[in-house]
Design a protein around this ligand. Structure first.
Ligand SMILES: Nc1ncnc2c1ncn2[C@@H]1O[C@H](COP(=O)(O)OP(=O)(O)O)[C@@H](O)[C@H]1O
Ligand SMILES: [Mg+2]
Length: 259
């Protein structure tokens, strides 16, 4: 299921404001790629260009190429909705559908994509997805209770279960732990390590220890000055990036000198 993403010469705009410029990178399947860099340098914007969520903002547009296993995601024949189905997203604040039960939260995307599904099949997918998100044991006796009643960390795992229920190829996570306590954060990190056997995972994080702990490769984004577009300064294997960066700005950032 896991696929490779190849980006070349990507610019992203909000109206006339260029938020990121000339980003090229390869994101490998069955691995975790981390995006780090100071606030405002375009990490979230870039992440959203990977599943065509950027263009839903009025005036927002993209130039350049994004290939998923060689297929151009911005080709005129490609439906943005199908891209978002194969490239799922998890956000900073857990956002379960507040009025839906735990069960219905996981089933929601499937119902949307596939219409009517036999209850027995749906039960199976909900269970597998909750197990995949390391949440099943905590919720199996209260599937009909509201998703909003779970703790923050459980809600985030519920959102991950919802994302994997539709069997995506890629999971994009934008600071998925920034609203969570340290224990829940470790639970999500364990989960990511488990999911990377099956998915291509991209995570934006402000937490250097987290990037170092969970990711295989890291890309450092930065901008020359406020109002300038963000760029990728350096991308490498995480172990090398954190011990032996080639760029001074990378070193300054990872050692906490700015950002
Ligand atoms: N919805 C939006 N409309 C207009 N500008 C935006 C929007 N979202 C982000 N930006 C701008 O794009 C730039 C990059 O922001 P963002 O991608 O959120 O950075 P990061 O995730 O690295 O903090 C910033 O200058 C920000 O103000
Ligand atoms: Mg962001």
């Amino acid at each position: 299921m896991s696929k490779q993403i190849q980006v070349s010469g990507l610019d992203a705009y909000y109206g006339s404001h260029k938020a990121i410029e000339d980003v090229s990178m390869t994101i490998e399947p069955r691995s975790i790629t981390a995006f780090i860099g100071p606030s405002g340098c375009g990490k979230s914007t870039f992440l959203r260009t990977l599943n065509r969520m950027h263009e839903v903002i009025p005036g927002a547009r993209v130039e350049g190429k994004v290939l998923l296993d060689g297929e151009d995601l911005y080709a005129p024949t490609v439906e943005p909705v199908s891209v978002r189905r194969s490239i799922g997203m998890v956000f900073q604040r857990p956002n379960p559908f507040p009025t839906m039960s735990i069960y219905e939260n996981v089933a929601a995307g499937l119902r949307l994509n596939r219409g009517r599904i036999a209850r027995s099949e749906l039960d199976g997918i909900v269970e597998t997805s909750l197990k995949g998100a390391n949440l099943w044991n905590e919720v199996k006796d209260r599937l009909s209770k509201p998703g909003a009643g779970l703790s923050g960390g459980q809600q985030q795992r519920l959102c991950i279960a919802r994302a994997i229920a539709v069997q995506p190829e890629v999971l994009l996570m934008d600071e998925p732990c920034s609203a969570l306590d340290p224990i829940s954060t470790l639970a999500i990190e364990d989960l990511m390590a488990k999911l990377k056997d099956q998915y291509t995972i991209v995570i934006v994080t402000h937490n250097m220890q987290q990037a170092a702990r969970v990711s295989d490769r890291t890309a450092f984004f930065n901008l020359a000055a406020q109002g300038q577009p963000g760029k990728v300064i350096e991308m490498d294997e995480t172990s090398r990036m954190f011990t032996n960066p080639t760029q001074k700005a990378t070193e300054d950032y990872i050692t906490g000198r700015f950002g």
